[in-house]
Design a protein around this ligand. Structure first.
Ligand code: PLP
Length: 393
């Protein structure tokens, strides 16, 4: 049986371990060293900003799960990984982003715009036709085509997220990524919400996948990490140079925590996704709830697309209350089991009213709550929410 014949749930446990030999450690050791003995006089890369064996296991596991042909690149945080992609664009470039997407990824693109490097275009990713029309316009404006695409310095970069943070909109990824490739547009997908077990954008036509490994990959809300994965050697080299030059590298202990965490992602996600669906179903029926978005809910507008491109629907849902911002804040404060905190993808359930962040767009309802479902008992989670909902007014 080749590694490829093993299921993803097995590969994430079996991958990235030391070679089989007598008395080999079962887990890769942590390399607490800032430099390594050089391979020979021509070796200039054996410094711990360039490489650290502590990164290898997690880089291998995530790359394997994403179906990439090259090892991933680990970073100090999800945003360091996002920067390694967005910073590649040259002066005069265009970055296309969903109108709802992780706000710091938008801020980063807007900073590039403010510095005169890029123009930012926002996309309604649920409307595939309008996205493709914007891609065509951008390709024509920048003069890119599949013949002249520069992966190390993309003149047009498509940034995608599906499901989106926090609106849970689902894009038709094969259609959009396929159109981008045909036009010579480099595409990146932030796959943090879906996880590498839930969706594999490289196999759907993306050039690079980015994860905040802080979330479901590490899974315990105890470490910040990011990772990029690609099968394109030019793109990988450019991101590697970015990491080495800018120095946003993962610490060896953090990398070890990430690898330790990813071993249980299969069971964690199975439980969380199952509970997320149950909560989405049950909360849809509560009179104080106006809308629930979860891609695994058969009534969700994204359900068909998600079913075609996702293997599991993940642990995140959004819920919009029939309430004011103040009432929503009071509800969050009244919860006993759910922790009011930003972040997601950990074993503990977290809840957050997203519009409390000034940088979230006004098209996100004031009373929208993002729920990250952990691995607690689903009835306990539901009862905590319902007790607060029943006391809303
Ligand atoms: C979708 C998404 N991408 C990227 C990030 C940034 O990751 P980090 O906080 O690890 O820098 C986050 C963090 O919340 C996120 O939700």
């Amino acid at each position: 049986m080749t590694e490829q014949n093993l299921s993803p749930q097995t590969r994430l446990v079996a991958g990235g371990r030391p070679a089989h030999r007598d008395l080999a450690p079962v887990n890769p050791p942590i390399s607490m060293s800032s430099t390594f003995r050089q391979i020979g006089p021509t070796d200039l890369n054996s410094y711990a900003r360039f490489t650290n064996p502590s990164w290898d296991g997690l880089e291998q596991v995530v790359s394997d799960l994403e179906g990439a042909e090259l090892p991933g690149l680990l970073f100090a945080s999800g945003m360091a990984a996002v920067a390694a992609v967005q910073d590649l664009v040259p002066v005069g470039s265009i970055i296309l982003l969903p109108k709802h997407t992780y706000m710091a990824s938008v801020s980063m693109a807007k900073r590039l715009e403010a510095r005169g490097i890029a123009t930012v275009v926002r996309l309604d990713i649920e409307n595939t036709e309008s996205v493709i029309a914007e891609l065509e316009k951008a390709a024509a404006t920048a003069g890119v085509s599949p013949e002249n695409v520069n992966y190390a310095a993309p003149k047009v970069l498509l940034w995608m997220e599906s499901p989106t943070n926090p609106m849970m909109e689902v894009a038709d990824l094969p259609a959009i990524l396929g159109a981008a490739r045909k036009l010579g547009i480099v595409s990146a997908v932030d796959n943090t919400f879906a996880t590498p077990l839930g969706q594999n954008p490289l196999l759907l036509g993306a050039d690079v996948v980015v994860h905040s490994a802080t979330k479901a990959i590490a899974g315990h809300s105890d470490v910040l990490l990011g990772i990029t994965v690609t099968s394109n050697p030019v793109l990988r080299e450019a991101m590697h140079t970015h990491r080495t030059t800018n120095g946003a590298i993962a610490g060896p202990f953090e990398a070890w925590l990430g690898l330790r965490g990813v071993r249980t992602m299969g069971v964690r996600l199975e439980r969380s996704a199952d509970s997320a669906l149950q909560l989405a179903q049950r909360l849809s029926e509560h009179p104080s709830i106006k809308a629930v978005r979860y891609p695994g809910l058969p009534t969700d507008p994204g359900y068909e697309r998600a079913s075609a491109q996702m293997q599991t629907f993940g642990s995140i849902l959004s819920v919009t209350l029939d309430a004011t911002a103040e009432e929503t804040d009071r509800l969050v404060a009244a919860l006993k089991l759910w922790t009011p905190a930003t972040s997601l993808g950990g074993v503990e359930s977290l809840i957050e009213r997203r519009r409390r962040h000034g940088s979230e767009p006004h098209s996100i309802p004031e009373s929208l709550l993002r729920l990250s479902v952990g691995i607690e008992n689903v009835d306990d989670l539901y009862q905590d929410l319902v007790a607060a909902l029943d006391n809303l007014r």
